[in-house]
Design a binder for this molecule. Structure first.
Ligand code: SF4
Length: 242
């Protein structure tokens, strides 16, 4: 198996993007690939395990765990860092303003949110400080998950990936990018250097991107994400439709 990361050459990229937008008609989830009824059942089983999970201290401060959502045969998976306040309340990934931006970016390349699988590295909200539990969901601030929390939780993500067998994994933000690239024995770097690259691990493509939450207040980052999503569109044109 050959592993590599590369930027699309600019001229080739323009050509591919033109083609992508002219002929783009994604069939994101098809009958081929994994055994869907079994995968669906198994994904539900994993979600049930997550609901009851007490493997790490985040179980004590969560409102609801957030296993992830999407079709069991999704060809594209988005992996973020962890649930935030809105996700913790609703038990669904990317439902706040960052989720709105993700939906907008997906729509910009004609991808339905319902056709992709969306999840996180850790399934319960990492928060700062040790306020009384009943006040935490309103007053606590989000933080990065610790390495212990990541170690405790990522077996769930790995099982989800193995079941879904996506063709493309888009990592959102530094933490998700590092974990996924290292899982596939690829060299990980800072997201400011890695974003927009197309990394190959056998047949799987990995596309690191900024986390939408980071782009909410910075127009420049949002423009960067829009460009990276257009690269994703070009990649999907080649890999999922080719
Ligand atoms: S973050 Fe993961 S490992 Fe920790 S309690 Fe939640 S589901 Fe379990």
């Amino acid at each position: 198996m050959r592993y590599r990361c590369s930027h699309l050459a600019d001229s080739l990229e323009c050509l591919l993007l033109e083609r992508a937008f002219c002929s783009y008609s994604i069939k994101m989830a098809g009958p081929q690939g994994n055994n869907m009824p079994n995968s669906e059942q198994e994904l539900r089983r994993i979600a049930g395990e997550i609901e009851a999970c007490t493997r790490c201290p985040l179980s004590r401060t969560r409102t609801r765990p957030v296993p992830g959502e999407g079709p069991p045969n999704a060809q594209v998976m988005f992996v973020g860092e962890g649930p935030g306040r809105n996700e913790d309340i609703e038990g669904r990934p990317f439902v706040g303003r960052a989720g709105d931006l993700l939906n907008e970016l997906l729509a910009s390349i004609r991808l339905n949110r319902e056709s992709v699988y969306v999840t996180n590295i850790v399934k319960c909200r990492p928060i700062t400080a040790s306020q009384p539990v009943e006040r935490q969901s309103h007053e606590a601030k989000d933080r990065r998950p610790t390495s212990e929390e990541i170690d405790a939780c990522t077996p769930y993500l790995e099982r989800q990936i193995d079941l879904i067998q996506p063709k493309v994994i888009c990592t959102l933000g530094d933490t998700a990018t590092r974990f996924i690239l290292e899982r596939y024995k690829l060299k990980a770097g800072n997201i400011s250097k890695m974003h927009g690259r197309i990394c190959s691990a056998g047949n799987l493509k990995i596309v690191p991107m900024y986390h939408p939450a980071a782009a909410l207040y910075t127009a420049q980052l949002k423009a960067t994400m829009q460009r990276d999503f257009r690269k994703l569109a070009g990649l999907l044109e080649q890999t999922t439709l080719g």
